[in-house]
Structures are given as C-alpha cells and as structure tokens.
Design a binder for this molecule. Sequence first.
Ligand SMILES: C[S@@+](CC[C@H](N)C(=O)[O-])C[C@H]1O[C@@H](n2cnc3c(N)ncnc32)[C@H](O)[C@@H]1O
Length: 294
Amino acid sequence: MTGNRYWSDYWRSGQTESCFGAAGPVDTGPVWAPVLAALPEGARVIDLGCGAGALARRAVAAKRGFSVTGADYAEALPPVEGVDLHEGAALEALPFADAAFDAALSQFGFEYAGAARAAPEAARILAPGGRLALLVHAAEGPPVQAARRRLEASEPLIAEDGLAHLARRLGEAAASGAPQQSLLQQAQAGFAAARQRAQDETSAWALGFLAEILNKRMLFPPDYLIENAGTVIRELTGYCARLRAMTAAALTQDGAAALCGRFKGLGLEMDEPQAARAANGDQIGWLLTGGKPG
Ligand SMILES: C[S@@+](CC[C@H](N)C(=O)[O-])C[C@H]1O[C@@H](n2cnc3c(N)ncnc32)[C@H](O)[C@@H]1O
C-alpha cells in the first residue's frame, strides 16, 4: 500500500478533484447522469476509490434516496454530507459483507488497485441484480497525455542532480563551509535546461520558487535553503507519484476489454467498454458497465 501516503497528503491539503485535462478538472457529469438515473430508488451505492467523494456527491445530489458509501485506502478524506466514508479501506480487501450493495461505482479509482484481488472483491460485495459501473483512465485520452507532459516537466527538477536537490546541497555546503561554486554552476545550467522544456503550472511554480530562494540565499541562514528546497522536493515527489500512478493505471481499449473479461470470469454480465467523452469530445476515460445476474 505504498501509494496511499501520497493520496492522503493530497486529500488532506484540501483538494476535491483529481483528474485534470490540459484545461482543468474533467467534467464527468454527463457520464454519470444516465448511470445514476438507471439505478432503483433507494439503492445501496458504493463509490470505490472515492477520494474526496466527487462521485459519491453526485449520487447524493441525485436525490433518489440512495444510501451512499465511499471506500478509499487514503486517510484524512474530507467528510462528505450524506456519505458513509471508509478511509484506509483497500479495494483489494473491502471491509463489507457479501452482497452489501446494489451498485458498485468508481470514478478513476478502481484501476489503481490490483485487479486480480479488487475485481473479486467488487463482485463479492454486489447483491444479485446489482450494477457495476467503472469510469477508468483511458491511456489514449488527453488527461493521461497531459499527465505524461506534466511528468516530463517536473521529474527532472527532483532527480538526484536536479535543481531542487542542488538547492538543498547548496544550503548544506553553506552550513558546513564547503565550496559552493561548482554547485552554483550546475544550478545555472539546470535553470537554462529547464527553460528549454515546456512547463506546466506546478513545475513553473517550483522553478520560480527555487530561483527565488537561490537569489535570496545570502540574506538568510543556510537552513533557509535546506528547508525551502525540502518543501519543493516533498511537493513535487507527491505530485509526480500521483501522476506516475495515473499513467500506470490508465487502460488502453484492449486493457479495458481485458478487465471486462475478468468480471465476466467472475460471473458478471458485461457490456463492451464505452469511450467516455467530455462535452468537447475529448475522451476522458473508458466506461465499463455490467451487472450481477439476479
Ligand atoms: C485519481 S483518485 C480518484 C478519486 C475520486 N474517485 C475522484 O474522482 O476524484 C484515485 C483514488 O483511488 C484511491 N486508491 C488507489 N488505489 C487504491 C486501492 N488499492 N484501494 C483503495 N483506494 C485506492 C486513491 O487513494 C485515490 O483517492
């Protein structure tokens, strides 16, 4: 369960959305409206990998008398009104009884888990006649492509010889009285190289912040560089870990079909994966739907 620390930190920081295209959070409303409308009044609904409850909130807002549960292995999830939240709950070992739910839904959550264990768990907690609907990242879609570009911009900054570690080492050199000239030259070369790369808002923030603390380093004690470079390293490490997890979790069309096949092998009836699209036509994911025979 190595990834849950980064997600816990993310939700603790007050974020409420987690899937971004090039122009901001993706709008999944049109994907879920028909899925939620097709559920029976009063259905027991679970949001798997709920995070801050973006999907669980939609289920509550549908005002269909659903009893809504959220499960996620992260901790420090913000409370969501009307949702029974279970933190620290791995999708591979769900803390719920067999047949406890009429609908198992997930928005960009299920695909992060190990399918070999998470799929039987999702099938187990579904009641006979229950519905399954999973919106998973599409490897081909713009949000995942944007994540790859974001990684290309930010990962070099936290590489061992990247600017953030150089800034920290400069602080350490200043603290111990060691020479700083070569580190400064490396930092200048690092800024020049970064200017050649495309930046996103996070890497641009990190670059600006690193430039500022390096410029001001003579005005403060060495701890100033060490601590502030540490902040950049910590923030970017979590950011890149989440982006790497997203790109690794994303499914191609064949991968989505294989996941459907896995559920079929568990006795569920599954539809063909559908490309889920935003209003502008961009593919935001694959929607996998099916159900447990009654
Ligand atoms: C991309 S976020 C999606 C959150 C939310 N569904 C949304 O749409 O905003 C992925 C979520 O899946 C959770 N997650 C990843 N792997 C998990 C696992 N094995 N068990 C439970 N939750 C997991 C993470 O903690 C994170 O909150």
